[in-house]
Design a protein around this ligand. Structure first.
Ligand SMILES: C[S@@+](CC[C@H](N)C(=O)[O-])C[C@H]1O[C@@H](n2cnc3c(N)ncnc32)[C@H](O)[C@@H]1O
Length: 111
């Protein structure tokens, strides 16, 4: 199984929650299911707002080992991968626009 197959429920929920009209906002939300490790199909400086809710390294696992699932990585490898995702995301943002990252204050118990 690939990580993208896991996303369908979240994708349906997102479509439902963004299916509203708000006159003052003249923008449009485009929804695309993708692996954050490959954002090459999105043109440079084409996005006004990135909202990201990435995994918390391997503190919460989102699969039993699906290919590409960043939550399977140990902290050091996770940080390397998420740094690349951040760098690629920066390329997509229009100048002076915004990126919001939600990362819970979850801690791993070290014994
Ligand atoms: C903290 S959760 C966010 C959940 C989401 N906000 C929702 O409501 O469904 C992190 C999510 O990142 C996903 N994920 C893991 N590796 C990924 C990757 N390479 N590309 C995109 N998403 C990935 C996981 O499957 C998990 O659903």
């Amino acid at each position: 199984m690939h990580i993208l197959e896991e996303f369908d429920i979240a994708l349906d929920r997102f479509k439902e929650k963004t299916a509203f009209d708000y006159a003052p906002a003249k923008g449009k939300a485009y929804i695309k299911k993708c692996d954050t490790r490959n954002l090459d199909f999105i043109p440079d400086e084409s996005i006004d707002l990135i909202c990201a809710h990435p995994p918390y390294a391997d503190i919460i696992k989102y699969s039993d080992g699906i290919d590409g699932d960043l939550s399977q990585l140990k902290v050091k490898d996770f940080l390397e991968k998420i740094k690349k995702v951040a760098s690629k995301s920066y390329r997509l943002l229009k100048k002076d626009k915004f990126c919001a990252i939600l990362m819970g204050d979850t801690r791993q118990k070290v014994i």
